[in-house]
Design a protein around this ligand. Structure first.
Ligand code: SF4
Ligand code: SF4
Length: 169
């Protein structure tokens, strides 16, 4: 679906329970976390190493953080107020949220078009990536980071996460 010059597509969560929509990051995309903690109610997929590090805070059946009722919603058991109690050691997908990177080659393989204004970044070895963001995050569009450093960090952490997930297959 074409929305505001960008292509919107759905992205299934790990257990198929929900659909999330991501939009391509462009040169005008900015982000500043508003510390609303909404993302701490989402499923965060964990690698084996992250599950070991989190111990009882990891749900091994669903490979996510354990959630508990907090106020009127379910949220990660590691959330204290609106802050992550393991902030410096939080899982990779928590670090990259609301962003997610994917190789351009996967879009080509799947026949999914990439918006003409989507930013692309090299990941070395001739591999090119695009970065997307979850449109539900209220921090997107706020004045803040949107530069090359952010793209590079998201690509680095997403690749590391995917590599760890592949290793366990
Ligand atoms: S949902 Fe977005 S703005 Fe809110 S805490 Fe998470 S990353 Fe920050
Ligand atoms: S580990 Fe921290 S950042 Fe990640 S979902 Fe839990 S509380 Fe939020």
């Amino acid at each position: 679906m074409l929305v505001g010059g960008q292509i919107r597509f759905s992205w299934s969560s790990y257990n198929g329970k929900s659909m999330r929509e991501y939009l391509f990051v462009t040169a005008s995309t900015t982000f500043r976390c508003k510390r609303c903690a909404k993302c701490c109610s989402l499923d965060v997929m964990l690698s084996d190493g992250e599950m070991d590090a989190l111990g009882e805070a990891a749900d091994r059946k669903w490979r996510t953080t354990v959630k508990k009722v907090k106020g009127s919603r379910l949220a990660c058991c590691l959330l204290g107020g609106r802050s992550c109690t393991i902030y410096e050691a939080r899982p990779k997908l928590c670090r990259v949220y609301p962003f997610m990177a994917a190789p351009v080659s996967e879009f080509v393989e799947l026949g999914v078009p990439i918006s003409v204004d989507a930013k692309r970044a090299s990941a070395g070895g001739g591999e090119e990536y695009v970065v997307m963001y979850d449109e539900l995050c209220p921090g997107v569009g706020e004045d803040g980071d949107g530069g090359e450093d952010m793209m590079a960090e998201v690509i680095f952490l997403t690749r590391a996460h995917l590599q760890e997930m592949r290793l366990r297959r």
